[in-house]
Structures are given as structure tokens and as C-alpha cells.
Write a protein that binds this ligand. Structure first.
Ligand code: CUA
Length: 241
């Protein structure tokens, strides 16, 4: 028993060290683009949480396995049988209860976050998006004008009202983090608040046919005055045609 305690102490320390190493590697490999929406922070925090959990569980399994394989390997000349034992109730309770608590905890976290991310905001700017094979049309509810680039005001809560002309598509701007399927025959909604002016790329993130990878559009996040001017100007141009 004395010996077991020593083994567990060593494994415990190794698991902690290995967890930090695996997290560091994952965090280095999975470089995300700059966050550019109000919603990005909570999503990034949740991904960090998952990376820590993944690093810990991976380390727990691998350290135990490699430690046992190495330390309890058969020595030359050892022909004895392994020790026989039947079950371990404490361990079985532990490996049932701990993952259950973790899953419920992460589930609760995700539910609270999702409710906050999809909640109706005050003074939402509504923009229509229509996806089709293979491109995008954007318009404002009170305008006949249709554009192929998406212009959005910085700092305003946006609600995208999205429809499809043909098959499933998906609205995804990596810098905004949030994404939403576009489903033929119904309207789906996506809420986000752009926080950084600049140019981004909207990517269709649902396999939708031959030119799926080409189904992209430019997104420009501009000051509110520029947003108003863009639509006014273009509305006039459109009506004068
Ligand atoms: Cu539309 Cu992929």
C-alpha cells in the first residue's frame, strides 16, 4: 500500500505537468483569427475551457498507461503470473461520477452562454441575407437594393435574417465566432455585435455543392455614419435606375 501511494503521487505530479504541456501545444497549434465581435470573448473562453479539459483527460489516460507499461513490464527471467483481482468499487464510482459532473457542468455553461448569445438585443439592426449556389445577396428590410458585399455598422447589435434559394448553407465570419445554418424554406437568425472596423470574409460553412469553397463574400465593418451613407446612396442609385 505504501508503494501504491508513492506510485499515485508520482503519477499525479506527472499528470499535472503533462496537462500543462498538452494545453500549451494545443493552444499553440489552434491559433484563432482576431476576435472582432462582442460575442467572441465568451466563445473563446469556452474553447479554452475545453482545451484544458481535453489536455487533462488525455494526460490522465496516457500518463497512467505509459507509467504502467514501463514500470510493470516483465523483467527477463520473470515467468510468474500477474496478480489477480476483481473490480474496484471506489474506482468505478469515481470514473462514473467525475465525468458525469464534468459533462453536466460544461452542458450548463454552454446552455447559459447560448441563451445569452441568441438573446434579443435592444435596437437591433436587421440585415437580410440570402444564400444560393454559390453566392450571397444582402439587403435591408426597407430597401429594394441588393448587394453582394455585406456592410455593417461597428458597435451595433446585428440580427441577420437568413434564407436560402436552394440548399443548406451556413453563415460564418471566423472573427465574429458565431455561425448559423441557412435552411431552405425557413428563416434562421444570427445575432452578433461587430466591435472592430475592418474587412472580413464571410465563408459558407456547409457543404453545398461544386463551388462551395467559392461561396464567400466581403464583410466591411464601418462607422455607423458610413453604414447609413452607403445604404442611402445605393438606395438612390437603385431607385434612379
Ligand atoms: Cu453554400 Cu457551402
Amino acid at each position: 500500500m505504501q508503494n501504491n501511494t508513492r506510485h499515485f503521487a508520482v503519477i499525479g505530479v506527472l499528470v499535472v505537468i503533462f496537462t500543462f504541456v498538452v494545453y500549451w501545444v494545443l493552444d499553440g497549434v489552434l491559433q484563432f483569427p482576431m476576435p472582432a465581435s462582442l460575442q467572441a470573448a465568451s466563445i473563446d473562453t469556452m474553447i479554452q475551457g475545453h482545451l484544458w479539459l481535453i489536455a487533462f483527460l488525455f494526460s490522465l489516460v496516457i500518463v497512467f498507461m505509459v507509467y504502467a507499461l514501463f514500470l510493470f513490464r516483465r523483467r527477463p527471467g520473470d515467468e510468474s503470473e500477474g496478480e489477480y483481482f476483481h473490480g474496484n468499487t471506489t474506482l468505478e464510482i469515481l470514473w462514473t461520477v467525475v465525468p458525469m459532473v464534468l459533462i453536466i457542468g460544461f452542458g450548463y455553461w454552454a446552455t447559459v452562454d447560448l441563451a445569452a448569445l441568441t438573446k434579443r438585443q435592444d435596437n437591433e439592426v436587421i440585415v437580410n441575407a440570402e444564400g444560393f449556389q454559390w453566392g450571397w445577396n444582402f439587403s435591408l428590410p426597407n430597401s429594394d437594393l441588393v448587394t453582394q458585399e455585406l456592410v455593417l455598422p461597428v458597435g451595433s447589435a446585428i440580427r441577420m435574417d437568413m434564407t436560402s434559394k436552394d440548399v443548406l448553407h451556413n453563415f460564418w465570419v471566423p472573427e465574429f465566432r458565431v455561425k448559423q445554418d441557412i435552411v431552405p424554406g425557413r428563416t434562421t437568425y444570427l445575432r452578433f455585435t461587430p466591435t472592430v472596423e475592418g474587412e472580413y470574409t464571410l465563408i459558407c460553412s456547409e457543404l453545398c455543392g461544386l463551388n462551395h469553397t467559392g461561396m464567400i463574400a466581403t464583410v466591411r465593418v464601418v462607422p455607423p455614419e458610413e453604414f447609413a451613407a452607403f445604404w442611402d446612396q445605393d438606395v438612390q442609385t437603385a431607385s434612379s435606375k
